[in-house]
Design a protein around this ligand. Structure first.
Ligand code: AMP
Length: 595
């Protein structure tokens, strides 16, 4: 392995490298830097984001620029304003001890007059987005006749964003004898088109999948129904209290919706998309960089140029339309030697897309079980316990209260005290989860048909139509999804596909594939649960505005208006049946609310 010292850098650049904390060159730097410093000729480097590309071209470029010659000698084109600013910032760092090197970032969405003024002063290196540079060339503010080096960074992204014509136009402006370097994560036909047209016998370097970032990323997916997607996202966040990740959505609308819901639900999240003003985007990105936000919900375009090295998670709330984009997304985690995970929330039909992505990434994608409420509570609890272990207790203010507190709690031994403290904390999570509804993915429901459509074996297509059933058991009966599934399995001979389960205090609702509804009703109506006779029937349609999943288990207002509460002899309320029998609830009404 070559050191930076052996690469032929000047002492000024070596000092900057040392101050940046770069100890060893990264693979792309090992290959590109010697070529740039000691040889002529064009270079194509296939490398993903986060592999150290900027320093690979930036360090030699800074060294090779003649600061005594007051003309633009190098041009760097990149897809976004953020990347533009980032590259400019990095180059400025490299040039810290290199005399008066002038580097200017020019991009859209900022005052063109200021940029023109700066250009007029003379700039050695221009870092530009294609659209704005064309504007500046048109106004004769950017002069490219002395350019000796052109760098196309994230060339594939520039093409994805429709910059092909602009790039062609710009490259026509640059003198023929220049050197061109093209950096791209992938090699597409358009990229090789540009290479053929504007590059001469380029040397090709592939860092590709061998880069550390891809190696450190594991890929997983949750199989979920569309209506449960958001709930699963929350479960992921709740089961990873230290999560620091980007949630990728497909559209700006979806991005805003998901971010707003997360904020409303008390998560440390915000949105990043193209409908925000530049100032808003900058603020959000800065908040995320300094970890004031744990979850950034973003579109692919808006997240480009956001350089954060230590993401724990990339979450694909929606798969990208283009599979290549997946590699860009997942490459944002697992950087700088850290481990990362890229998670996708997909439905049954998207399993096919995932197989294609799996081939592209060349890594197996593991299906992940949706964490149950009690698993999440456990994780939260242990996260809290870890904090308890490491908390610093040097508050002077507490000291004065301690004697009285010690006195008050003197009747409790250590074990009892511990139990109570933990119990108080646990209750906080419990409300949200243990007593909440469980989400079952098709796999959790034991429905093999969903497991892998590509696999051989008997397959059945379910209609996807569900009937909603009422059951006279609820949470106070110790009746949770596991108990329901066990009850169904114990009393049926065939596999019965279940849907959503809504648990309430004393009764519950659950969905079953329509064609199994009668069979299941019959099977369960002869069954017992903890010595109680089970009663199941088709559920009445809920009156409008009613929230059945009222976590408090309180009777919904509209129902209470219609149905006087009846207590059964065993102390349990039986709503559904009594509801129908209720005299106040006449035939006409009944018809309206029945299916
Ligand atoms: P890039 O692909 O240029 O965006 O670089 C990814 C990250 O790696 C940036 O945070 C760089 O500061 C960092 N980096 C670049 N080169 C090195 C190096 N030789 N050693 C350690 N970190 C580096």
């Amino acid at each position: 392995m070559t050191n930076f010292e052996e690469m032929g850098f000047t002492p000024g650049i070596l000092k900057a490298i040392q101050e940046l904390g770069f100890e060893q060159p990264m693979p792309v730097q090992e290959k590109v830097i010697p070529l740039m410093l000691s040889e002529e000729g064009d270079i194509i480097a296939l490398a993903q984001t986060g592999t150290g590309k900027t320093a690979a071209f930036g360090l030699p470029l800074v060294q090779m620029t003649d600061t005594d010659f007051n003309s633009t000698q190098a041009l760097i084109l990149c897809p976004t304003r953020e990347l533009c600013m980032q590259i400019t910032g990095d180059l400025t760092d490299y040039a810290r001890y290199t005399g008066k090197l002038r580097i200017l970032a020019v991009y859209g969405g900022a005052s063109i007059d200021n940029q023109i003024r700066e250009l007029k002063k003379g700039v050695h290196i221009i870092v530009a987005t294609p659209g704005r540079l064309i504007d500046l060339i048109g106004r004769r503010a950017a002069k490219l006749s002395a350019v000796k080096t052109v760098i196309l960074d994230e060339a594939d992204e520039m093409l994805n964003m429709g910059f092909l014509d602009s790039i062609n136009e710009i490259l026509e402006e640059v003198p023929d004898g220049r050197r061109t370097l093209l950096f791209s994560a992938t090699m597409s036909s358009e990229i090789s088109g540009i290479a053929k047209r504007y590059m001469e016998n380029p040397k090709e370097i592939t860092i590709g999948t061998k880069n550390a970032s891809a190696e450190n990323v594991t890929h997983g997916y949750y199989l979920v129904q569309a209506r449960d997607k958001y709930k699963v996202l929350k479960r992921i966040a709740d089961s990873e209290p230290d999560i620091y990740g980007i949630v990728f959505c497909r559209t700006r609308k979806e991005t805003q919706e998901i971010a707003s819901k997360l904020i409303e639900d008390g998560y440390n999240a915000d949105a990043l998309h193209g409908d925000l003003s530049q100032v808003q985007r900058d603020t959000v990105m800065q908040k995320f960089r300094v970890r004031n936000l744990q979850l950034l919900v973003a579109t692919d375009v808006a997240a480009r140029g956001l350089d954060v090295d230590d993401l724990t998670h990339v979450i694909n709330y929606s798969l990208p339309d283009d599979n290549e984009v997946y590699t860009h997304r997942s490459g944002r985690t697992g950087r700088a030697g850290k481990k990362g995970i890229s998670i996708s929330l997909i439905n049954v039909r998207e399993q096919h897309n995932l197989k294609q992505i799996e081939r592209l990434v060349k890594k197996p994608f593991k299906i992940i079980k949706i964490p149950t409420g009690s698993e999440i509570c456990g994780k939260q609890l242990f996260h809290w316990i870890k904090k308890l272990e490491t908390v610093v207790t040097e508050h002077q203010e507490i000291e004065k209260f301690l004697p009285e507190i010690t006195e008050k709690l003197s009747g409790l031994d250590r074990e009892e005290l511990l139990r109570r403290v933990v119990s108080l904390q646990f209750d906080r999570f419990l409300d949200d989860y243990r007593s909440g509804d469980e989400i079952l993915s098709p796999v959790d429901r034991g429905d093999d048909n969903y497991r892998d459509r590509g696999k051989k074996g008997p397959q059945r297509e379910y209609s996807g139509n569900y009937k909603r059933l009422f059951i006279n058991l609820g949470k106070t009966d110790g009746f949770y999804p596991e108990q329901l599934i066990e009850l169904v399995n114990k009393n049926t001979q065939k596999k019965v596909p279940l849907g959503k389960i809504d648990l309430l205090k004393t009764f519950s609702f659950f969905e079953v594939e329509s064609e199994f509804a009668d069979y299941l009703i019959e099977a369960l109506n002869n069954a017992k649960f903890n010595d109680r006779r089970v009663a199941v029937e088709i559920a009445l349609e809920k009156p409008e505005g009613h929230r059945e999943d009222d976590r408090s288990g309180k009777r919904p207002a509209k129902w209470s208006d219609r149905k006087p509460e009846k207590r059964r002899s065993d102390g349990h309320e039986s709503r559904n049946r009594d509801f129908k029998k209720d005299k106040k609830y006449g035939k006409k009404e009944k018809k309206k609310y029945s299916r």
